[in-house]
Design a protein around this ligand. Structure first.
Ligand code: PMP
Length: 352
């Protein structure tokens, strides 16, 4: 080992899902939306004035933040935006998780949380989900350095009722509670209205799933003015120009089309419910996902084997090696109805 290596900040990085470069495939491995972004986005790109790219973007991301605030009927000062919710979450870890007491999150959850915690040297402790993969509010009723969990949870898809979310927030008013709502638009009830009652609450959402814009990297958080100010102070101390000009314009344009958003999320929900029925018929076991994916296992079919065989048929799903409790599960994102039909016919033949 070279001397300088002693001082390298070493990390075990997060592993993103595969992005194969194939024309024809059924891609159900990274919870993307199967539908294109709102139609106005294409028009915007066609008429976008490229000379604008000469200049830095607006560091305050004003145009996008004003549209988000208008859509959700909050004040722009209650909104923070970043390069995907990953960036927003990383800034939240950096800003608010700075206690000697451990930050709490579920043992089975978004696998980026422990990566940020380790990168930043944040103390953390994972809290086991119950045997049905559910979060229990009482497990989060103890002194800690903060709480973060996705709702619906990933990769389980399980939705926590808003009353239980509120219980967790109420129990933890001395620390910051982060509700990561990446998948909330597929059937859940957002904790957003609670930001007026709890000044320690941050609600994080993204354009990557329900708004079909994973490729533009746009995420945002809602919270009290004070929390958003603290977040911006850290953001401006790290990288003041986060979202680029194009993403700001795309996001501001996409969020105006409420009808398209509702139509496409409803289509994803319908395909999910159909897929649940068919998977049940085939003997798969899974929770009642309220997200745009289903986390399923089969008592007779080893998950890794099925994962590999699906891939050979150009159907990509996600398998997690860790933790052990979920090794025999596959996370299947919801595509178009046609894609789900193809998946189900593959599985029908596979079983015979
Ligand atoms: N939170 C959860 C629970 C997720 O599953 C994801 C998607 N990988 C993210 C946040 C980050 O999404 P993005 O950065 O695309 O907004």
């Amino acid at each position: 080992m070279r001397k300088w290596e002693e001082n390298v900040r070493r990390v075990v990085p997060y592993t993103p899902g595969e992005q194969p470069k194939k024309e024809r495939m059924i891609k159900l491995n990274t919870n993307e939306n199967p539908y294109p972004p709102a139609p106005e986005v294409a028009k915007l790109l066609q008429s976008f004035d490229v000379t604008q790219l000469r200049r830095y973007p607006d560091p305050s991301i004003g145009d996008l933040i004003r549209e988000i605030a208008a859509f959700y009927q909050v004040e722009p000062e209650q909104v923070f935006a970043g390069v995907g919710s990953d960036d927003v979450l990383a800034m939240i870890f950096l800003t608010f998780f700075n206690s000697k007491l451990p930050v709490l999150f579920p043992d089975i959850t978004y696998s980026f949380y422990d990566v940020w915690a380790r990168l930043l040297g944040v103390a953390y402790e994972t809290v086991p989900l119950d045997e049905r993969f559910l979060i229990r509010a009482q497990d989060y009723n103890r002194p800690c350095g903060g709480v973060i969990f996705p709702n619906p949870n990933a990769p389980t898809g399980e939705l926590l009722p808003l009353e239980t979310v509120e219980t967790i927030i109420r129990q933890n008013q001395d620390v910051i509670v982060v509700v990561d709502e990446a998948y909330i638009d597929f059937g859940g009830k957002s904790a957003l209205p609670l930001i007026d009652r709890y000044d320690n609450l941050l609600v994080v959402q993204t354009f990557s799933k329900s708004r079909s814009l994973a490729g533009s990297r746009i995420g945002y958080a809602f919270g009290s003015r004070k929390l958003i100010r603290y977040l911006n102070d850290v953001k401006y101390s790290f990288n003041s120009y986060t979202l680029d000009r194009l993403s700001i314009a795309i996001g501001a344009c996409a969020i105006r089309d409420r009808a398209y958003f509702e139509e496409t999320t409803q289509k994803v929900i319908a395909a999910r419910e159909w897929t649940k029925q068919e998977l049940s018929r085939l003997g798969f076991v899974f929770g009642d996902s309220m997200s745009n994916f289903i986390f399923a296992t089969h008592p007779q079919i080893p998950a890794v084997q099925l994962f590999e065989d699906l891939k050979k048929a150009d159907i990509y799903v996600r398998h997690f090696q860790q933790p052990e409790r979920i090794q025999n599960y596959l996370r299947i994102s919801i595509g178009t109805m046609e894609e789900m039909q193809e998946l189900i016919s593959f599985l029908q033949q596979y079983k015979q």
